[in-house]
Design a protein around this ligand. Structure first.
Ligand code: FAD
Length: 321
């Protein structure tokens, strides 16, 4: 087996989700496990990947690769697959990675399994696990040809530092004419403070039970006191109360913080699948029969407008004492 993991970066850091997929690949016992970093001025990022299990890291470092556009990355990966005999390419889901994976599948006429949450070796064959029927069942999926491509749902694995150092090989970048015809005109960053929901150890999530967008200050204050991030349900995102980037669940993000506090959230299956891997789940809901209590470690039956400010006060008091 010769596995390659697409190591995406933002700024001068490799994404935790990519390192998590690399860590997972390292558990499958591939002696030929490699990663690839693509961008401009990214050589220094390659050294960090060895710790997560890569034996080799390929670096495509070129000014033409600075903008996060998919087709130039497809060129780099297609060339690597052909030249180095790569038989498996793994991606952690992101807007860019999904585009690159789809483009690579088209370019190489390869099979891409999408939205996987696990990967195992069974009788010498790779088997992916894919949620289906609104995440109520898992289907085993495979590949009938090589190279095998797989895109993993974010939050499916944790990065783990099990390896040593990786050999770094710089690649000669040669791009197709059609790959350079798209140009990035502008790139804007959403203003935010505190950790992102993918990285946060603590998440305070708000649902329709908050009663209105103005009451999100309650969860924001609690999240701030705990040094955590704010998340939301689809119901409140659809209502325009909070941004989609914070949506947890089947059609949002999958998160696994140490602590997840659900405020005024019913606990629908589509929300549950995005947060059930959290370490400790605390639910505050005025309805004692709300489904969320069935999978919470700690439940508070009460009004979020009373409980949440008191909890914030207590956390702050504990911190100053
Ligand atoms: C295909 C599909 C994909 C979906 N994807 C997602 C997804 O990614 N993420 C997601 O979250 N949902 C998703 N949904 C929607 C999901 O089914 C639920 O509708 C949604 O999660 C409900 O959000 P909620 O808990 O905020 O609202 P509600 O279900 O309306 O629950 C509000 C809760 O607040 C409680 N409450 C009310 N007032 C108070 C108060 N004052 N104090 C305390 N508690 C109070 C109520 O008892 C209730 O339990 C999806 C649905 C479909 C069909």
């Amino acid at each position: 087996m010769a596995t390659l993991v697409f190591l995406e970066h933002h700024g001068d850091e490799l994404l935790k989700t990519s390192l998590a997929v690399l860590s997972k690949a390292a558990t499958l016992g591939d002696d030929d496990l490699s990663g690839v970093v693509v961008g401009a001025n990214v050589r220094a990022l390659a050294d960090g990947a060895g710790k997560y299990g890569a034996k080799k890291v390929y670096v495509a470092d070129d000014a033409q690769l600075e903008a996060p556009l998919p087709q130039p990355r497809v060129d780099v990966l297609a060339q690597l697959v052909r030249d180095k005999g790569i038989d498996t390419v793994l991606f952690a889901n992101s807007v860019l990675a999904a585009d690159v994976a789809a483009g690579l599948a088209a370019r190489l006429d390869a099979g891409l399994n999408w939205d996987l949450v696990d990967l195992t070796q069974e009788n010498g064959k790779l088997v992916g696990k894919r949620p289906a029927l609104q995440d109520s069942v898992y289907a085993d999926v495979g590949w009938t040809s090589e190279p095998r491509l797989a895109l993993f749902r974010s939050g499916s694995f944790d990065p783990s530092e099990s390896g040593g150092s990786a050999e770094v090989e710089e690649l000669q970048v040669s791009l197709e004419d059609f790959s350079t015809s798209a140009r990035m005109v502008d790139q804007a960053h959403e203003e935010s403070s505190g950790p992102s929901i993918e990285d946060a150890d603590v998440i305070v999530a708000g649902g329709r039970g908050l009663g209105g967008p103005e009451n999100f200050t309650l969860v924001e204050e609690l999240a701030k006191a705990l040094g955590g991030a704010v998340a939301a349900t689809r119901a409140v995102v659809d209502a325009g109360w909070y941004p989609y980037a914070t949506q947890v669940g089947q059609t949002g993000k999958t998160v696994s913080p140490k602590l997840y506090i659900a405020c005024g959230i019913s606990g629908a299956i589509q929300h549950k699948v995005g947060m059930q891997a959290s370490g400790v789940i605390v639910a505050i809901n005025k309805d004692a029969n709300a489904p969320i209590f069935e999978f919470s470690d700690l439940g508070v039956v009460g009004d979020v407008h009373e409980i949440v400010p008191k909890l914030t006060e207590l956390v702050r008091a504990r911190q100053t004492s």
